[in-house]
Design a protein around this ligand. Structure first.
Ligand code: PAF
Length: 252
């Protein structure tokens, strides 16, 4: 188990990471699970310095209750970092990340308007803006993202290309529970019964049925489906159960 150093101020992190020639970065909003652990392990196997961040980014939440209820588990998160090779945990406050109070933001005008973007206005502006800030602060050579949030991964990867960022954006496969349920920080808010039912999401999108039929199956089982769509070679779903919004996607 590594001792993970906690740094709170961007300027302190910029100073600290200067002497390292290869830096891997795992951005998170905390409530870490096995999916995050797999990103951390990969980052620490490929870089001299591994940085993770825990920052629940308010600008990407379009729903105040969702933001308020986002799980906060700092001590457990710090332990997960140590167990998975993270050298530095960056743990800033809103004013550290947004000294401009979100006067400047980054937008994408095509893919970000579909799927989660269509149902969560402003969500991807918040994601792209915070990730760009975090990439700048960490000065990372490689940044690691889970493919459970495939739309997010693709938008960040395209942003890095469009803005000539020096960071390599790496997407790693979704880590799933034995039931097939995609690991997510939100799963810990589900009841035992809800968690059992939530496995239907993966079971349904991997069936050889039309998107309409798959949506029907989930709706009949008590899910409120935001979208269930095929785009290019992927099937994407967002569905709410017990008031908790879950997303997943698979290659088709
Ligand atoms: O995927 C997440 O946890 C967040 O969207 C990210 C990338 C840390 C940005 O806040």
């Amino acid at each position: 188990m590594k001792h993970t150093k906690v740094i709170e101020k961007p300027q302190d992190l910029i100073e600290y990471r200067k002497k390292y020639s290869s830096i891997g970065f795992v951005p998170t909003m905390g409530a870490l699970h096995a999916g995050h652990a797999s990103l951390m392990k990969k980052a620490s196997s490929e870089n001299e310095l591994t940085i993770a961040s825990v920052f629940v980014n308010p600008t990407q939440f379009n729903n105040a209750t969702d933001l308020e209820k986002y799980p906060k588990t700092f001590e457990a998160d710090l332990k997960t970092c140590g167990e998975n090779g993270v050298d530095v945990l960056f743990f800033p406050q809103f004013s550290d990340i947004y000294p401009d109070n979100y006067r400047f933001k980054l937008s994408e005008n095509e893919f970000s308007k579909l799927l989660c973007g269509a149902h969560r206005p402003g969500h991807f502006d918040g994601v792209l803006t915070v990730v760009l800030k975090l990439l700048q602060i960490t000065g990372c050579h490689r940044a690691y993202f889970g493919m459970k949030d495939y739309q997010q991964y693709k938008l960040i990867s395209d942003m890095a290309k469009a803005l000539f960022l020096p960071t390599e954006i790496i997407g790693l496969p979704t880590v799933r529970e034995a039931s097939g349920l995609a690991m997510s920080s939100r799963n810990m808010r589900l009841s035992a019964e809800g968690k059992d039912k939530a496995k239907l999401i993966y079971a349904t999108i991997t069936q050889k049925t039309s998107p309409d039929k798959a949506r029907e199956i989930l709706t009949a089982n008590g899910f409120v489906v935001d979208y269930l769509e095929d785009i290019a070679d992927r099937r994407y779903v967002a569905a709410t159960l017990e008031g908790i919004r879950l997303i997943d996607n698979v290659e088709i």
